[in-house]
Design a binder for this molecule. Structure first.
Ligand SMILES: [Fe+2]
Ligand SMILES: [Fe+2]
Length: 169
Protein backbone atom coordinates (compact mmCIF):
# COMPACT_ATOMS: atom_id res chain seq x y z
CA UNK A 1 0.00 0.00 0.00
CA UNK A 2 1.19 3.53 -0.83
CA UNK A 3 0.33 6.72 1.03
CA UNK A 4 -2.19 7.72 -1.64
CA UNK A 5 -3.93 4.32 -1.35
CA UNK A 6 -4.29 5.05 2.35
CA UNK A 7 -5.69 8.52 1.59
CA UNK A 8 -8.05 7.18 -1.09
CA UNK A 9 -9.42 4.61 1.37
CA UNK A 10 -9.81 7.46 3.86
CA UNK A 11 -11.90 9.41 1.29
CA UNK A 12 -14.31 6.47 1.11
CA UNK A 13 -14.47 6.21 4.91
CA UNK A 14 -15.13 9.95 5.29
CA UNK A 15 -17.82 9.97 2.58
CA UNK A 16 -19.57 7.08 4.32
CA UNK A 17 -19.52 8.96 7.63
CA UNK A 18 -20.85 12.13 6.02
CA UNK A 19 -23.60 10.14 4.30
CA UNK A 20 -24.51 8.55 7.61
CA UNK A 21 -24.61 11.97 9.29
CA UNK A 22 -26.86 13.50 6.62
CA UNK A 23 -29.43 10.69 6.59
CA UNK A 24 -32.67 11.78 8.34
CA UNK A 25 -32.70 12.32 11.24
CA UNK A 26 -29.37 14.18 11.20
CA UNK A 27 -26.71 12.24 13.15
CA UNK A 28 -24.43 14.66 15.05
CA UNK A 29 -22.16 11.88 16.37
CA UNK A 30 -21.40 10.64 12.86
CA UNK A 31 -20.79 14.22 11.76
CA UNK A 32 -18.28 14.78 14.59
CA UNK A 33 -16.40 11.63 13.60
CA UNK A 34 -16.38 12.86 9.99
CA UNK A 35 -15.22 16.32 11.10
CA UNK A 36 -12.26 15.00 13.15
CA UNK A 37 -11.38 12.55 10.37
CA UNK A 38 -11.44 15.20 7.63
CA UNK A 39 -9.23 17.56 9.67
CA UNK A 40 -6.71 14.76 10.18
CA UNK A 41 -6.89 13.81 6.48
CA UNK A 42 -6.20 17.42 5.44
CA UNK A 43 -3.32 17.51 7.95
CA UNK A 44 -1.73 14.43 6.37
CA UNK A 45 -1.97 15.97 2.89
CA UNK A 46 -0.67 19.39 3.88
CA UNK A 47 1.97 18.35 6.44
CA UNK A 48 3.19 14.98 5.14
CA UNK A 49 2.39 14.38 1.45
CA UNK A 50 2.35 17.71 -0.38
CA UNK A 51 5.50 19.25 1.23
CA UNK A 52 7.58 16.23 0.21
CA UNK A 53 6.22 16.26 -3.35
CA UNK A 54 6.71 20.03 -3.59
CA UNK A 55 10.30 19.64 -2.40
CA UNK A 56 10.96 17.03 -5.09
CA UNK A 57 9.41 19.28 -7.73
CA UNK A 58 11.81 22.07 -6.82
CA UNK A 59 9.26 24.13 -4.87
CA UNK A 60 6.60 24.38 -7.60
CA UNK A 61 3.37 22.41 -7.11
CA UNK A 62 0.49 24.61 -8.37
CA UNK A 63 -2.11 21.80 -8.20
CA UNK A 64 -1.51 21.60 -4.44
CA UNK A 65 -2.14 25.36 -4.12
CA UNK A 66 -5.67 24.91 -5.47
CA UNK A 67 -6.27 21.96 -3.16
CA UNK A 68 -5.04 24.04 -0.24
CA UNK A 69 -7.66 26.72 -0.99
CA UNK A 70 -10.33 24.01 -1.01
CA UNK A 71 -8.97 22.56 2.26
CA UNK A 72 -9.36 26.02 3.83
CA UNK A 73 -12.93 26.25 2.52
CA UNK A 74 -13.78 22.74 3.80
CA UNK A 75 -12.22 23.52 7.19
CA UNK A 76 -14.28 26.70 7.51
CA UNK A 77 -17.47 24.74 6.81
CA UNK A 78 -16.64 22.51 9.79
CA UNK A 79 -16.90 25.50 12.15
CA UNK A 80 -20.69 26.14 12.46
CA UNK A 81 -23.20 23.87 14.14
CA UNK A 82 -23.97 21.24 11.50
CA UNK A 83 -27.30 20.19 10.00
CA UNK A 84 -28.35 18.26 6.90
CA UNK A 85 -28.14 21.38 4.70
CA UNK A 86 -24.58 22.14 5.78
CA UNK A 87 -23.63 18.49 5.28
CA UNK A 88 -24.93 18.71 1.68
CA UNK A 89 -22.80 21.82 1.03
CA UNK A 90 -19.73 20.04 2.42
CA UNK A 91 -20.49 16.94 0.35
CA UNK A 92 -20.68 18.96 -2.89
CA UNK A 93 -17.30 20.57 -2.23
CA UNK A 94 -15.71 17.34 -1.02
CA UNK A 95 -16.91 15.33 -4.04
CA UNK A 96 -15.30 17.80 -6.44
CA UNK A 97 -12.17 18.03 -4.29
CA UNK A 98 -11.61 14.29 -3.97
CA UNK A 99 -12.09 13.90 -7.73
CA UNK A 100 -9.12 16.25 -8.23
CA UNK A 101 -7.01 14.01 -6.00
CA UNK A 102 -8.07 10.55 -7.20
CA UNK A 103 -7.99 8.99 -10.66
CA UNK A 104 -5.35 8.12 -13.23
CA UNK A 105 -4.34 11.72 -14.08
CA UNK A 106 -5.17 13.39 -10.78
CA UNK A 107 -2.94 14.87 -8.07
CA UNK A 108 -2.31 11.65 -6.10
CA UNK A 109 -1.00 9.94 -9.26
CA UNK A 110 1.28 12.92 -9.85
CA UNK A 111 2.52 12.58 -6.26
CA UNK A 112 3.31 8.88 -6.63
CA UNK A 113 5.17 9.53 -9.88
CA UNK A 114 7.71 11.71 -8.06
CA UNK A 115 7.80 9.81 -4.73
CA UNK A 116 8.91 6.30 -5.78
CA UNK A 117 10.00 4.32 -2.68
CA UNK A 118 9.49 7.28 -0.35
CA UNK A 119 5.78 6.62 -0.59
CA UNK A 120 6.17 3.72 1.88
CA UNK A 121 7.93 5.90 4.47
CA UNK A 122 5.24 8.54 4.01
CA UNK A 123 2.58 5.87 4.49
CA UNK A 124 4.04 5.14 7.92
CA UNK A 125 4.00 8.86 8.77
CA UNK A 126 0.38 9.07 7.62
CA UNK A 127 -0.65 6.06 9.73
CA UNK A 128 1.00 7.58 12.79
CA UNK A 129 -0.44 11.04 12.15
CA UNK A 130 -2.23 12.02 15.38
CA UNK A 131 -5.88 12.92 15.80
CA UNK A 132 -6.48 16.64 15.33
CA UNK A 133 -8.19 18.27 18.31
CA UNK A 134 -11.52 19.87 17.36
CA UNK A 135 -12.86 23.14 18.74
CA UNK A 136 -16.48 23.72 19.76
CA UNK A 137 -18.78 24.79 16.96
CA UNK A 138 -19.14 28.51 16.49
CA UNK A 139 -22.04 30.34 14.84
CA UNK A 140 -21.40 33.99 14.11
CA UNK A 141 -22.18 36.40 11.29
CA UNK A 142 -18.78 35.76 9.67
CA UNK A 143 -19.16 31.98 9.60
CA UNK A 144 -19.89 30.40 6.20
CA UNK A 145 -22.58 27.82 5.62
CA UNK A 146 -22.36 27.40 1.84
CA UNK A 147 -19.60 25.94 -0.31
CA UNK A 148 -19.67 29.04 -2.57
CA UNK A 149 -19.18 31.51 0.31
CA UNK A 150 -16.47 29.37 1.91
CA UNK A 151 -14.59 29.02 -1.40
CA UNK A 152 -14.85 32.74 -2.23
CA UNK A 153 -13.45 33.62 1.18
CA UNK A 154 -10.61 31.07 0.95
CA UNK A 155 -9.73 32.33 -2.56
CA UNK A 156 -9.57 35.93 -1.30
CA UNK A 157 -7.31 34.96 1.64
CA UNK A 158 -5.01 33.03 -0.67
CA UNK A 159 -4.78 35.97 -3.11
CA UNK A 160 -3.97 38.35 -0.21
CA UNK A 161 -1.19 36.05 1.03
CA UNK A 162 0.23 35.77 -2.49
CA UNK A 163 0.24 39.58 -2.81
CA UNK A 164 2.08 39.95 0.49
CA UNK A 165 4.59 37.32 -0.52
CA UNK A 166 5.18 39.00 -3.89
CA UNK A 167 5.83 42.28 -2.10
CA UNK A 168 8.32 40.43 0.08
CA UNK A 169 6.02 40.85 3.09
FE1 LIG B 1 -7.42 17.13 -0.02
FE1 LIG C 1 -7.74 13.87 0.18
Amino acid sequence: MRITDYLTADHARLHALLGQAARAPFDPAAFEEFRAGLLRHIGIEEKVLFPEVRRRLGGQFPAADRLKIEHAALTSLLVPTPDAELAAEIKALLDAHDAKEEGAHAVYARCEAVLDDTSLALLEAARKYPAVPTARHFDGPTVHRTARAALDSAERSFARRQQLRNRGG
